[in-house]
Design a protein around this ligand. Structure first.
Ligand SMILES: [Zn+2]
Ligand SMILES: [Zn+2]
Length: 347
């Protein structure tokens, strides 16, 4: 038997989100029914709800930064019990048998991971995300939220946290490494916190110095404005790692010049347009230009445990569901410190 729950959906591309109801599938053998408490607003929710990445499935219920409490479990569930504090991120399933799934890199599943929304689930039904009261998810794609983390500040970790944690870990950000975080938004502010907690010396490269005080408070040692051309001459050859979290296209050649020999520029932002690159920018200094997308299931749990251990949650502005459309405009105007989180009790 399906469950009818209230949700906020975009009825079509570019239409404002509005309250509606959706059906959640019957709790299957390996499923958990989650009573959602909080859902973060990710910049990619806006891209997709407004069809920036094209071929969106409408009506669309966005939301892939979900935390809540387990309300029911299927007969075969072994990892969770009713009342447990849990989270759901960007994936709700994958093929489970390809090389990447076997390696815990479900985000790079050869058959394509199944997104939490704007995707068809394994039954061929549209998947609806976290801007809703409840969700049914396979236990293998559900995370435990450690006791040290409040559910509201934990929600954005499920996308913004893991998206920055995964590349920082993979490229060994840590003691003795100079790491620049480009962009001081939802992803960027988590990048600062995590890189600092990993032991790296952190510099923020932001459009202006408007958020400098916050950046230094969150763990950065240095803060520069990219609108100031002197920044690029002063910091030439400085960094081991540059993590770009911005979704606007950057002048990659200029940013690559800020790396040391063997340095790596890691992109996790999602510009809608292709970008240009002069390949001499990577050849000179044997540099790496790489990308990374979210994280796998084991690494996401590792990130949550790491954040709990280091007392890292997101900086959030809690909003009610009726404020979602306004919040979208404010995200686009970079007017949020640093993640909107919907109190789903208001849906
Ligand atoms: Zn996201
Ligand atoms: Zn797979």
């Amino acid at each position: 038997m399906t469950t009818t729950v209230a949700a906020y959906a975009a009825p079509s591309a570019k239409a404002p989100l509005e309250r509606t109801t959706i059906e959640r599938r019957e709790v299957g053998e390996c499923d958990v029914l989650i009573d959602i408490k909080f859902t973060g607003i990710c910049h990619s929710d806006i891209h997709q709800a407004r069809d920036g990445w094209s071929e969106g499935i409408f009506p669309m219920v966005p939301g892939h930064e979900i935390t809540g409490l387990v309300e029911a479990v299927g007969s075969g569930v072994t990892k969770f019990a009713v009342g447990d504090r849990v989270g759901v991120g960007c994936l709700i399933d994958s093929c489970r048998e390809c090389e990447n799934c076997e390696a815990g890199l479900e985000q790079y599943c050869h058959k394509g991971p199944i997104g939490t929304y704007n995707a068809l689930d394994k039954n061929g039904e549209p998947a609806y995300g976290g801007y809703s009261e409840k969700i049914v998810v396979d236990e293998n794609y559900t995370f435990r939220i450690p006791d040290g983390l409040s559910l509201d500040v934990a929600a954005p970790l499920l996308c913004a946290g893991i998206t920055t944690y995964s590349p920082l870990k993979h490229w060994n950000a840590g003691p003795g490494k100079k790491v620049a975080i480009v962009g001081m938004g939802g992803l960027g502010h988590m990048g600062v916190k995590i890189a600092h907690a990993l032991g790296a010396e952190v510099t923020v490269l932001s459009q202006s110095l408007r958020k400098k005080e916050d950046g230094l408070k969150l763990g950065a040692s240095h803060y520069y404005a990219t609108s100031d051309e002197a920044t690029f001459t002063e910091l030439r050859g400085t960094f081991d790692i540059i993590l770009s979290t911005v979704s606007a296209p950057l002048n990659l050649d200029v940013y690559l010049s800020l790396l040391k020999t063997d340095g790596a520029f890691l992109n996790v932002g999602g510009p809608e347009e292709p970008v240009a690159l002069n390949l001499f920018s990577v050849m000179a200094g044997r540099k790496t230009l790489a990308g990374s997308g979210i994280g796998g299931i084991p690494e996401t749990q590792e990130m949550l445990d790491f954040c709990a251990e280091h007392g890292l949650g997101a900086e959030i502005e809690l909003i009610s569901a009726s404020e979602i459309n306004d919040a979208y405009e404010r995200v686009l105007a970079s007017d949020v410190r640093y993640r909107f989180v919907i109190d789903t009790a208001t849906i």
